[in-house]
Design a protein around this ligand. Structure first.
Ligand code: THU
Length: 131
């Protein structure tokens, strides 16, 4: 299965009764396996989680900590852009050059990368030299 099909499929399961905005995300793990996630909202609004976070959790739960490609899809006028928190989460498990595809259900796509989404990301290098 390709990443777009996987993300489209999982998007159908999104729990988004408050925003009405369903999002699907799919990651290709370094092993080649695909991991998916959808947004899961909550009546206590800040407790909701993004599709990307769900896909990352699925990947890590399966024993992988690196992805080689990501795709995020929503029924939006322009390709959906990962939120700031998700950009940091993606940077934890993807390399700067790792491709990220932002897509709409109607077929628009924009290609970017983990590094382009979060230039100057806080990383382990910033913590070196600490006692
Ligand atoms: N959302 C995601 O799941 N991923 C994104 O990249 C953007 C936003 C979700 C969070 C919330 O459930 C809904 O979309 C509206 O913000």
């Amino acid at each position: 299965m390709d990443l777009e099909t996987a993300a489209r499929d999982v998007r159908e399961n999104a729990y988004a009764p408050y925003s009405g905005f369903k999002v699907g995300a799919a990651l290709r793990g370094a092993s080649g396996a695909i991991y998916t996630g959808c947004n899961v909202e909550n009546i206590a609004y800040p407790e909701g989680t993004c599709a990307e976070a769900g896909a990352i959790a699925a990947m890590v739960a399966a024993g992988e900590t690196q992805f080689t490609a990501a795709l995020v899809i929503a029924d939006s006028p322009a390709p959906v852009s990962p939120c700031g928190g998700c950009r940091q989460k993606l940077a934890e498990f993807g390399a700067a050059q790792t491709p990220v595809t932002m897509a709409t259900t109607s077929g628009l796509q924009t290609q970017t990368s983990v590094g382009e989404l979060l230039p100057g990301a806080f990383s382990e290098a910033h913590m070196s030299g600490q006692e």
